[in-house]
Design a binder for this molecule. Structure first.
Ligand code: SAM
Length: 293
């Protein structure tokens, strides 16, 4: 597709309705797509994995710089359309696949480097996809993602704010996150009801602030943070006691004391560093009850 603007026309001619369930809000302005591709900072040596190719609005400008683009797309109709049109450049490999099933380890092995991801993410799967990135962080260098503003604000939220939550703590415990640009509903067809933002998430190299922290068990951190925020109106000690049923309240109180976290604070008043310290302090009591395999 030479011009993303044509998408409206194409859908109308083919009497194709964008699938709402698949989060199909296609970029329609070439300049915006080019800007995102440019801001991703792709080099000539890079193989980039694109999640949700659609009609190739981002794929085309990325393929102009990258050595290769591996694009995943779940919609069989769109994959067939590209096959019929043969519109994608030669250095694009289109794969009919659900991004939630993507094997980032295999992609890293295949490309010989940690995976670099770019996506105008379907909003329908953005949260599970974000957690998948966390699970596969060792295989991912960075991801540049267009997200619903509400979600991206949670990734970048700081302590003591209403957006500070599970996503903020988990992502900031293992990555550097930066907002790159704001994108309004008029940039898409169909128009979404919400604003979007493009964020950069860098897992490797680790940000200095994170590299300096002691090693911690990521699964345990996640369990703690989920418990803390699931009942964010409760005091931290009560939220953790309710959520971490394997640990008794005394162990939780001891861990809070050890890490100098007042037991009566709320989840949003605890820094990422303190949550990591808490994960380390709780590691022993938890695993003596439930040894890790
Ligand atoms: N990249 C294109 C653009 O910027 O115009 C399309 C972006 S559109 C927001 C999201 C795309 O992801 C759609 O093409 C949709 O069919 C596809 N998609 C939705 N869910 C998917 C999934 N689970 N796996 C792979 N692709 C998916």
């Amino acid at each position: 597709m030479s011009n993303p603007r044509n998408i409206k026309q194409l859908l109308a001619e083919k009497k194709l309705a964008p699938h709402k369930k698949l989060g199909q809000n296609f970029l329609i302005h070439r300049a915006t797509a080019e800007k995102i591709a440019r801001m991703a900072g792709i080099t000539e040596e890079d193989t980039v994995v694109e999640l949700g190719v659609g009609f190739g609005a981002l794929t085309q400008p990325m393929a102009e710089t990258a050595a290769k683009v591996i694009g995943l797309e779940i919609d069989a109709g769109i994959v067939a359309w590209h096959e019929e049109q043969q519109d994608l450049p030669e250095n694009v490999q289109l794969i009919h696949q659900d991004i939630l099933q993507a094997d980032f380890r295999k992609l890293a092995e295949q490309t010989g480097a940690r995976v670099k991801i770019v996506a105008n993410l379907p909003y329908s799967v953005s949260t599970p996809l974000l957690f998948k990135l966390i699970d596969h962080q060792d295989d991912i260098a960075w991801a540049v993602l267009m997200l619903q503003k509400e979600v991206s604000q949670r990734l970048t939220a700081t302590i003591n704010t209403k957006n500070y939550g599970i996503l903020s703590v988990i992502f900031n415990s293992c990555a550097a996150i930066q907002t790159l640009m704001e994108v309004g509903p008029g940039q898409f067809h169909p128009r979404p009801k919400v604003d979007s933002q493009v964020v950069r998430i860098v897992f490797h190299p680790k940000p200095e602030k994170i590299a300096k922290l002691p090693d911690f068990n990521g699964d345990l951190l996640r369990k703690i943070v989920r418990s803390a925020f699931q009942q964010r109106r409760k005091t931290l000690v009560n939220a953790l006691s309710a959520g971490l049923q394997q640990v008794n309240k005394d162990n939780i109180l001891q861990a809070l004391e050890k890490t100098a976290i007042p037991p009566k604070v709320r989840a949003e008043n605890v820094s990422v560093e303190k949550y990591i310290a808490l994960a380390n302090a709780l590691s022993k009591p938890l695993h003596s009850h439930y040894p890790l395999p």
